[in-house]
Design a protein around this ligand. Structure first.
Ligand code: PLP
Length: 376
């Protein structure tokens, strides 16, 4: 069977790759602990579920405006000083937003700079748009401005940053982001800021969005999502905030791609913004404790940098690798011997590491840590 060069050149989402193996082990009666998954353990909040039920009863089951419900866009614009609903588009998760961004800004051969390690889908989405991902190394998980500067070429169209970062949990400070913004302005680049984990920042570390730099806004696209923030991964509601012409271009694409996001899911999202947010602050508090636990327990075993945000530990496991063993082999060994699933660092462009999610119930995390320590 023959497929387009575009799809033949792209790999399937790598974090989804383990699902069949995990399912098989479960079928074989093995107690599998899935620390490979990227979603909070919590049920979606009750007010959100109630709002969706009500929306269904009220007949919100039809096509809606392509870029999203006005009410929702108005509320989302409040998070971006000076922006209105026309600066917002709502899509099926920030995954679709990011996919669309590359379709909108890239011509074949255009380059996008991505600090590495990086989330699995960025590079494939860029390739699917005909672009070329240009990876630059980070330093202790933080942006290395010199590396970004050096990577800029006449074909560079954008710099993509992701803070809090998946997989490292790094939260980029104001100063570094300001330097990155200077490069973008002087080299006429777009800045794409993936803020899917914006809520999950620990220890009172300030979260800075590049939206803080007014001179950057004409070239900045911010993407955020309800998925992790409100534990609404299945709702598929994400959004972008950007200059109005950019949103118009994204809307044109979306009008031919999916049309609007599921109407009643958008009412759920609206209610998430209005609900008492004590519950999600409690989630963050619980995650801080889990972050502390996993870091304390595993830093004697692996070389780890303490995550400042998101909900992953990304340790260097190289001292436990057998001769010729890759981190993918290591992840398979751990899975088979302990039933604990983690994601190999190669999938994020950083061999010799694994990504371990700590967004699971406390007892599960304790059990997983014990099993990993035992086998090592
Ligand atoms: N960006 C990052 C860094 C992610 O980790 C994910 C999901 O894991 C996404 C974007 C996409 O999330 P969603 O499409 O659920 O909003």
């Amino acid at each position: 069977m023959q497929f387009s060069d575009r799809i033949s050149g792209a790999g399937e989402s790598k974090t989804a790759r383990f699902i069949p193996l995990i399912n098989k082990l479960k079928q074989d009666g093995i107690d599998v602990i899935n620390l490979a998954i990227g979603e909070p353990e919590y049920e979606s909040p009750a007010p959100v579920i109630d709002a969706v039920k009500k929306a269904l009863e009220n007949g919100q089951t039809r096509y809606g405006p392509v870029a999203g419900l006005d009410l929702l866009k108005e509320r989302l614009a409040e998070g971006f000083q000076g922006y209105t609903k026309d600066n917002i588009i709502v899509s099926n998760g920030s995954k679709q937003i990011l996919y669309s961004i590359f379709q909108v800004i890239l011509n074949p051969g255009d380059e996008v700079i991505i600090p590495r390690p990086s989330w699995v889908s960025f590079s494939e989405q860029i390739r699917l748009a005909g672009g070329i991902p240009v990876f630059v190394d980070t330093h202790d998980n933080h942006l290395d401005i010199r590396n970004i500067e050096k990577a800029v070429s006449s074909r560079t169209r954008a710099v993509l940053i992701n803070s809090p970062n998946n997989p490292t949990g790094a939260v980029y400070p104001f100063d570094t982001l300001e330097k990155m913004a200077r490069i973008a302005v002087s080299d006429n680049l777009w800045v794409i800021s993936d803020e899917a984990y914006d809520f999950f920042v620990y220890d009172d570390i300030p979260f800075t969005s590049p939206f803080a730099f007014p001179h950057l806004r004409e070239r900045l696209v911010v993407t955020r999502s309800f998925s992790k923030h409100f534990s609404m991964t299945g709702f598929r509601v994400g959004y972008a905030a950007a200059p109005i012409p950019f949103i118009r271009a994204m809307t044109t694409l979306q009008s031919h791609l999916t049309g609007n996001v599921c109407s009643f899911a958008q009412y759920g999202a609206l209610s998430a913004l209005d609900m008492d947010n004590r519950i999600i602050k409690d989630w963050r508090m619980a995650l801080t404790k889990k972050r502390d636990l996993i870091f304390e327990e595993l830093s004697p075993v692996f070389d780890c940098i303490k995550p400042e945000g998101a909900f992953y530990l990304f340790p260097d496991i190289s001292r436990h690798l057998n001769p010729n063993e890759t981190s993918a082999d290591f992840a398979a060994r751990i899975l088979e011997k302990t039933g604990v699933a983690v994601v190999p660092g190669e999938d994020f462009g950083k061999p010799g590491h694994v990504r371990i999610s700590f967004a699971v119930p406390h007892e599960t995390l304790v059990r997983a840590i014990e099993k990993i320590k035992e086998v090592l």
